[in-house]
Design a protein around this ligand. Sequence first.
Ligand SMILES: [Zn+2]
Length: 94
Amino acid sequence: MTNYAIREVDKNLTEIAKFPSGEDTPTEVYRIQRHLEGSIVCTCPAYIANCKHIKMLERWLKLAPSDRIGVVFNDRKDAFFHTITEQQIKELLK
Ligand SMILES: [Zn+2]
């Protein structure tokens, strides 16, 4: 299972690091840029408007800032957060 960790570089730029199963160094780092006119662009090869990294970022931004540190996503459809409770996950996935 591939894991992803998110880091906010600044207000409009976020990096998502990709960690293949069992690896502790990322094999890819994708950058997600939020442009002034509102569009969001990811540098991953999918090159689509709403790739899975942008979806992960949207979920991540729903967390309280203090809960964002250390959150890891997997690449299943039901991407989970390992630092929060089942109840919080249910709230986020409503
Ligand atoms: Zn992407």
